[in-house]
Each structure stands twice: as structure tokens, then as C-alpha cells.
Design a protein around this ligand. Sequence first.
Ligand code: P1T
Length: 390
Amino acid sequence: MTQSTNNEHTDKAGFETRAIHAGFEPDEMTGAVIPPIYATSTYKQDGVGGMRGGYEYSRSANPTRTALEGALAAVEQGERGFAFASGLAAEDTLIRSLTGPGDHAVIPDDAYGGTFRLFDKVAKVWGLDHTPAAVSDVEAMQAAIVPGRTKLVWVETPTNPMLTIGDIEALAAVAHDAGALLVVDNTFASPYLQQPLVLGADVVVHSTTKYVGGHSDVVGGALVVRDLEIADKIAFHQNSMGAVAGPFDAFLTHRGLKTLGVRMDRHCDNAEKVVEFLTGHAKVAEVIYPGLASHAGHEIAARQMKRFGGIVSFRVTGGEQHALDVCARAEVFTLGESLGGVESLIEHPGRMTHASVAGTDLEVPADLIRLSVGIETIEDLLADLDRALA
Ligand code: P1T
């Protein structure tokens, strides 16, 4: 049941080796190379309290989930990983593990709409208030801290959907100076491109629904930490709140994680070509991608990310209706929410993923389109965009 013992021989290995081997040794009885799906809710005890390997009940721990959690810790270079039923379940568990009524959090003024809704409509009712600030502006993030009350400085980098970049090292210093913890939602970069714990972050959050799972066939979330006291609080709340990843979901997520490196490289290759195609296109007003030298966060992104990712946002020249039309005309790019799967997706954040931030500080431009560039043949993706924009 302990995770770190499974990772001993992979601790110093390269990223892909960790992604493929950490968290699981071939099954002792059968030699199975892949963690079996332990579809069991409970475990036989050898006399009261005589647990085999520490397994007692599958909300508390399940071997398929343990394997995934060990692998997640290894790819983020953390000590403990925790797998949840969704990204938002992971976030909710984290918030309750590390804050209480009367506390305060600094959150991005540009974030996934569901994350904002969790802070604004759920955590606030519970007594945790928040101040949005720009993740790209370290001084603004610092100014938003309420001395003595701020427990979390929470960022996404790159953000969803504006792809704003936050300087993880600088933000960690600011948070720690104020006695707060830095939480980084690493969903857009994935652990292959960026490892926030190495840069000083205290907690990494993932919607594993996205690049980690990678095939749009499972919803899940994760938390990874280095500090064992924080880990104990999360472990207690994971079990007490119960929003865990089930064994089938843990299996699919773990299977996806093994190919993260090769998939991300192709996502990045294709995204770079899409950016090149959109830049200067007559119907495109602005292309937003941290890999562009003109992007305000380019230098920081180049320092803290291996490459710049598979998400490209852009604004069209003809306003909201034009953006909606482009979304409707695309064919290879499937119109749908979510991101990070092998297939390309297109969406209108204002009406779809970020509808819950309409009328708030986090509202997104109406002429904005977000692409999750998949790993299909690049010529087909470019031809599709050309048709959709025409
Ligand atoms: O959907 P879920 O697995 O609960 O994860 C929530 C979440 C958390 N953080 C980020 C950065 C996210 O992008 C998401 C989910 N986002 C979408 C569904 C989307 O289309 O943007």
C-alpha cells in the first residue's frame, strides 16, 4: 500500500522510464506486467486487523489506484500522489484538507470556469473567501494576499483558456513569505512539460481527464505533494470525503500515463504548425500560444517548460458569431469540451467551458476559440482549419 517503496528503482530514472515503470512491480503471483483491475470493495483479513498489504476497504486504498498514485508521484518528482474521481474532486479535497472557514485563497483571474465556480459558489459558502489576481503579475498576486488569512496561492500555468504564464519560482517565494502554500494546476502543461514541485510549488493539481489519461475515455483528478505532513492531511481527507478514483478509471488513467511523453511531443509538434498556420491568417485577429516570442510569458515559459504544449487559443476578426460559425464548421476538430486527448477538439470558451464565469472578473472574450490540438496527421488538421475559417 505504501507508494514510495514501489518507486525505489525508478527514483533516478528518466521521465518515460518513470511513467512506464514507477508504482508497480510485476505481480508476485502471476508476473502480470500491468496492474490488474482490482474490482473489489473489500479484502479478507487474516484475523481481525490482519490486513494483507494494508488493504482494508477500497475507499481507503485499492491496489489499482495505489499503482497509479505511485506513478503520478514519480512523474511529478513528488513523494505522494492521490487519485480522485475528477479534477474538481481533487480540488475540493485539497481545499478542505488545507483550509477552513475564515481562511482566504488567491486564485487566478483567468482559470478553468469550474475551478472558479468551486471557489465562488461552494468554498465561499463554507467560509473560504478568495481574491482573483493575474498569475502573470507576481506583485498583483502578492498584493492579493491577506496577511494571516491567506492559506493558498492557487495558479494555473498555462491558464485555461488564455494561456497566461505564471513564474512558479517567484510565486512560491511570495506565497511562502506570507506563510501560504503554492498550488499549481499543471493540467495544461502535463508532468512531461513542467514539474512545479521541483520549482518550489507545494501541491500539484491535475485534471487527469486531460493529457495524463490522454484518450478522452476517463474522468479523473490527482494531487501530488512532497511534504509528508501535507500528504497526511490529504490522505485523511481523501478517505474521509471519499471522492476516489475507482479501479477501472485508475487503470485507464495509468495506461494513458505510460505514453504521455510521446503523445505530448506530437501534440507540441502539431500545435506549433497550427500556430504557424493561424498567424497572419486574414480571418484571425490574434493567436495566443506561449511558444510565440511575442507572448508576454514566453521567456518564463521557456525557462520552466520543456515545450509549450498542445493548446492554442485564438481570436477571430468577425466577433462572437464568427467564432461560433468556425466552431460549427470544423470537422476533424470535434466540437466539444475538454482537451488533452489524442483527437483534436475545438470549443467556444465563452459559451461552453467558461460559461460559469460570464459577468465576473474572469469573463473570457466572446471572439475566442480554444483548440486542443490532437495527434492526427497535421495536413488534415490544417486543411480543416482552413475550411472552417474560410
Ligand atoms: O473536469 P475535471 O476532471 O473535474 O477537471 C477540472 C479541471 C481542472 N483544471 C483545469 C485546468 C481544467 O481544464 C479542468 C477541466 N477543464 C475542462 C473540462 C475544459 O474543457 O477546459
